[in-house]
Design a binder for this molecule. Structure first.
Ligand code: GAR
Length: 194
């Protein structure tokens, strides 16, 4: 069985990318990471470089407007011919060109139990609200802000003395298991489809 080709999009430290790369090295992994694309000079690109993978940075500021950036991002992703596209800490909304090129094949990991606390400050918002349980969610990306179909979810308890950082780190530990497991399950399903 050939392995499902995955392109990963990041903006940050890329610990979820590193987890995907490690998981994809299992002999029976159903997927392989074929490229990593960022919207900024993300430190996480180093994980991809060390793995010898092609990387690219598609900056919003290098394009005349948002629509041009959306097209450039979709074109860069398409160059690597992925069957799945995984947003792993990619901190921008993606536009129609990418969504339309990969219907049902775009995933995102989010540090909260959606539909609670969508958006860019999920951990801070959950803490401010005083929730006792939050978590991680993997969704299918749609045109909304974290509104896509929920594929996987896991809870994380909030401790009395949690800061945004300490809570986010415990959520990321969960994401680093949940995201690769979800990608592998989907890749297996894609591989089984004639
Ligand atoms: C992860 O917690 C991910 O869920 C979050 O960014 C972090 C990236 O960490 N994404 C969002 O908040 C998207 N709205 P990483 O760079 O160490 O993988």
């Amino acid at each position: 069985m050939s392995r499902t080709r995955v392109t990963v999009l990041i903006s940050g430290t890329g610990s979820n990318l590193a987890a995907l790369l490690a998981d994809s090295r299992r002999p029976d992994a159903a997927y392989e990471v074929v490229a990593v694309v960022a919207d900024v000079d993300a430190p996480g690109l180093e994980h991809a470089r060390r793995a010898g993978l092609p990387t690219a940075v598609v900056r919003l500021t290098d394009h005349p407007d948002r629509a041009a950036w959306d097209r450039a991002l979709a074109a860069e992703v398409a160059r690597h011919d992925p069957q799945l596209v995984v947003l792993a800490g990619f901190m921008r909304l993606v536009g129609a060109p990418l969504l339309e090129a990969h219907p049902g094949r775009l995933l995102n990991t989010h540090p909260a139990l959606l539909p609670s606390f969508p958006g860019a400050h999920a951990v801070r918002d959950a803490l401010a609200h005083g929730v006792k349980v939050t978590g991680a969610t993997v969704i299918e990306v749609d045109a909304g802000v974290d509104t896509g179909r929920i594929l996987a979810q896991r809870a994380v308890e909030v401790a009395e003395d949690d800061t945004e950082e300490s809570l986010h780190e415990r959520i990321k530990q969960v994401e680093r298991e949940l995201l690769p497991a979800t990608v592998d399950t989907l890749a297996r399903r894609l591989g089984a489809t004639p």
